[in-house]
Write a protein that binds this ligand. Structure first.
Ligand code: 5AD
Ligand code: SF4
Length: 475
């Protein structure tokens, strides 16, 4: 979905596109903001929009008329970075015609490449890492004076807790709430700990306040975001020590409960869960509140314990299956999706078959499947050889995708004949006569528009499906 002023390209998983409505006094300057990558990046762009709206920037969907272009970038795989470089070529073309057109790079690529990015991309004016967005107004002033600006300092505290994000290209129904930043896990393949820094949690009060505000504004679904939401903790250290004895401690299960209590009509989703940290407490809380959606994204990465060890994931195949069993026991209707990586260092054909077999065993509703892409500075890059040939990675990925397609179709076929409560999100991409929404399990459901409006809950009986969508009639 590419709409409004902010084009979004989804590199990791799905994301939504968005528009900036400035409530502040305008300064006559126009901002064009483009985001790539994970949901967290989209959420960050909404914080950036808020910071710059206060400075008077008005957004535009036309880069040609912008004074400032900001690209919020992703480094998760090499092709994500290549895509940004290609877009930069396009913006550089505009800059050659309009010399006072300013270009800033935000996000993970900014953090990974730092000032080197200015050397490699001569027309870039500004490089700003994910913890430095509050500094944007000052940095923009520097570049307006004809200098280049870089701020890639990572922080141990920054959570942008009190900044009220401007919802970009919003459907007015669903919104992201960032609950923590950074990651301390050091999975061997992953660049995120280097680009987003140390893990820190956001004040629960500000999270609940944001959820309540969104509900008042008509939103009906929030997705709580973090790289590893199960390690959310407030006022308690990793070792279990309480930092402030007079304040309340909050773990992820408790945070979920607090947000669920905002209003029974506000749906709660969250991403991403980590198999090593997901507790039964979280599952019981999900089961207790009907408005916490029955959907868990639980990346497996590989079905081979040997590969998982090299990936430094902190769990074995058996442990992972134990977590799947717990989900099924506590919430029999819960949908589960995953991430997989094909062709990680040293992956044998048997390891690959283990991934195929775990996917068949779990029978996921959905999966995001990737080929391994070596990232600079990561554990894997330093310790292991990227030794699986490209053709083998590709062939294995295709096999994984085929298995998943069969699972998704099978899962959707089971839904035919069932009735689901669907939160209406908007018009179907393919037809103005149809609306679409999601059920609790996160499946997309399409139905006749009737008199229904986005934000309404409707019961839909599923009559047909593809591997990607359910079609049905409102009952
Ligand atoms: N190569 C391929 N896929 C990766 N991911 C993270 N790092 C890499 C990499 N270097 C995938 C993982 C993660 C998802 C967000 O992206 O599956 O869960
Ligand atoms: Fe990367 Fe692992 Fe952290 Fe996810 S949990 S962001 S894969 S290091």
């Amino acid at each position: 979905m590419l709409t409004g002023s902010n084009k979004v390209l989804d590199e990791t998983r799905q994301g939504e596109a968005t528009t900036v409505e400035g409530e502040w006094k305008k300064n006559g300057k126009k901002l064009y903001l483009e985001s790539y990558g994970c949901q967290m990046n989209f959420a960050d762009s909404e914080i950036v929009a808020s910071i710059l709206a206060k400075e008077g920037y008005e957004t535009t969907s036309n880069a040609e008329e912008a004074n400032l272009v900001l690209i919020n970038t992703c480094s998760i795989r090499d092709n994500a970075e290549q895509r940004v470089r290609n877009r930069l070529n396009h913006f550089n073309g505009i800059k050659k015609r309009q010399p006072d057109f300013l270009i800033g790079i935000l996000g993970c690529m900014a953090e990974r490449l730092k000032s080197q990015l200015l050397e490699e991309e001569h027309l870039v004016d500004m490089v700003v890492g994910p913890d430095a967005y509050r500094e944007l107004p000052g940095l923009i002033e520097e570049i307006t004076d004809g200098r280049k600006a870089v701020n890639v300092l990572l922080s141990r505290e920054e959570t942008y807790a009190e900044i009220n994000p401007i919802r970009l290209n919003s459907n007015g129904v669903t919104a992201f709430i960032s609950i923590m930043r950074g990651c301390d896990n050091m999975c061997a393949f992953c660049v995120v700990p280097f680009t987003r820094g140390r893990e820190r949690s956001r004040d629960p009060e500000s999270i609940v306040r944001e959820a309540s505000y969104l509900f008042q504004e008509g939103y009906r679904e929030v997705t709580l975001l973090g790289q590893n939401v199960d390690s959310y903790r407030w006022n308690i250290t990793k070792k279990g020590e309480i930092t402030d004895p007079n304040a309340e401690t909050v773990n992820f299960a408790q945070l979920l409960e607090k947000v669920a209590l905002v209003n029974p009509l506000l749906r709660i989703r969250f991403s991403t869960s980590h198999p090593k940290d997901m507790t039964d407490d979280v599952l019981h809380t999900m089961a207790k509140y009907k408005n916490i959606c029955e959907y868990i994204h639980l990346p497996v990465q590989s079905g081979s314990t040997e590969v998982l060890k090299r990936m430094n994931r902190g769990y074995s195949r058996e442990w992972y299956m134990g977590r799947i069993d717990a989900i099924r026991r506590i919430m029999p209707e819960c949908a589960i999706s995953t991430d997989t990586i094909s062709g990680f260092c040293g992956e044998t054909d048997q390891d690959h078959q283990d991934t195929i077999s775990i996917m068949k065993e779990v029978d996921y509703e959905y999966a995001y499947m990737f080929k391994y892409s070596e990232r600079p500075k990561t554990l894997a890059e330093r310790k292991f050889e990227d030794d699986v040939p490209e053709e083998v990675k590709q062939a294995r990925l295709e096999e994984v995708v085929a298995v998943q397609r069969a699972s998704s179709l099978k899962r959707n076929l089971v839904s035919v004949g069932q009735i689901f409560e669907v939160l209406v999100e908007g018009f179907s991409k393919k037809s103005d006569e149809h609306l679409f929404g999601r059920n609790s399990q996160n499946a997309v459901v399409i139905f006749d528009k009737g008199d229904f409006k986005p934000g309404m809950y409707v019961n839909v009986k599923v009559t047909d499906c593809t591997s990607a969508t359910l079609m049905g009639d409102v009952v």
